[in-house]
Design a protein around this ligand. Structure first.
Ligand code: GLU
Length: 303
């Protein structure tokens, strides 16, 4: 760990301790404890007179609301405060940057919590206008939805109990109980016979983390960016192995055939990467759980 990161981690632990104290101690599940990413709420300049030939956007303009699918239990990425109901985290900031460029202010955003397993169906039936939630771009999903990005690249890793030294990486999982969630790419990966793991499938990552803390499973697998957030919430109990074994390029998901919307969202991402909003938001959210900053390559791919 570098000096800078050590200092940041120390500040985070302090912030978490203070938050936990303010809330009257630990709550039942790992997922509903507030975290560092919980406090940042960036504001982005809202574009005016937007004229884009997108069916989705026209409907949203008429309703004066934009509906964005996100996660609610991923600290520093997409996290909903149990008390205030406010969403925060890196993905939430990305969602807001895009909304601003499409002409929607923060209070015109309707965030909807959508878990991994319902993403494609929710997007396809038009129940949300776009989705920002650790959503890996891949060819299989591209058959069903459209993607803009990648705006970040994570990798599948392992979260274990701090004192467990028997798991050292993906090649030490033989006979181990590994939890992941339905509809996620790391679950597909860990089911491969080469790992020899017994997989436990759940609906949300916070359920998996609870099982890990309660000794019902030996590890949780998903993207390192997500796992680092859980480890930062409970540094006395959990740690991330730190040997990513897949590449998970994150995209903004949307209905498959609205090319105008896809192009507009791609341009919005490029704008905010270039003007520094992206880097600032990263530092205030994901950067605080120990994920290193890597500037995404621009121009982003278009299709
Ligand atoms: N990025 C992976 C995926 O899209 C795992 C994280 C998630 O479930 O959102 O499947």
């Amino acid at each position: 760990m570098t000096m800078r990161k050590t200092a940041a981690a120390g500040a985070l632990v302090l912030a978490l301790t203070m938050t936990a104290t303010a809330c009257g101690g630990e709550s039942g599940t790992a997922g509903d404890k507030p975290a560092g990413g919980d406090v940042y709420d960036g504001t982005y300049k809202v574009a005016e007179n937007i004229k884009i030939d997108s069916a989705v956007l026209k409907k949203a303009q008429k309703a004066k609301k934009i509906r964005i699918g996100v996660k609610a239990d991923q600290p520093f990425l997409g996290f909903q405060n149990a008390t205030s109901k406010k969403y925060s985290g890196f993905d939430i900031e990305i969602a807001k940057m895009i909304a601003a460029d499409l002409g929607f202010s923060k209070d015109q955003i309707d965030f909807k919590t959508i878990n991994s397993n319902s993403r494609e169906t929710t997007i396809s039936r038009g129940a949300i206008d776009y989705y920002v939630g650790t959503y890996t771009i891949n060819d299989e999903r591209k058959q069903q939805v459209g993607f803009a990005g990648p705006y970040y690249t994570a990798g599948a890793d392992l979260l274990v109990r701090k004192e467990d030294k028997s798991i050292t990486g993906p090649d030490s999982l033989k006979g181990k109980k590994v939890c992941s969630i339905v509809g996620s790419t790391p679950l597909q990966e860990i089911k491969k016979p080469k790992y020899g793991a017994e997989t436990i499938e759940d609906g949300t990552y916070s359920d998996c983390v609870k099982k890990l803390v309660d000794n019902q499973v030996d590890a949780v697998t998903t993207d390192d960016a997500i796992l680092k957030g859980y480890a930062a919430q409970r540094p006395e109990k959990l740690r991330v192995i730190g040997k990513p074994f897949t590449k998970e390029p994150y995209g903004v998901g949307m209905i498959k055939d609205d090319k105008a919307l896809r192009d507009a969202i791609t341009t919005a991402l490029e704008n905010h990467i270039k003007n520094g909003d992206y880097k600032k938001a990263y530092a205030e959210t994901l950067g605080k759980s120990g994920s290193d900053f890597v500037a995404p390559e621009t121009p982003l791919p278009r299709y």
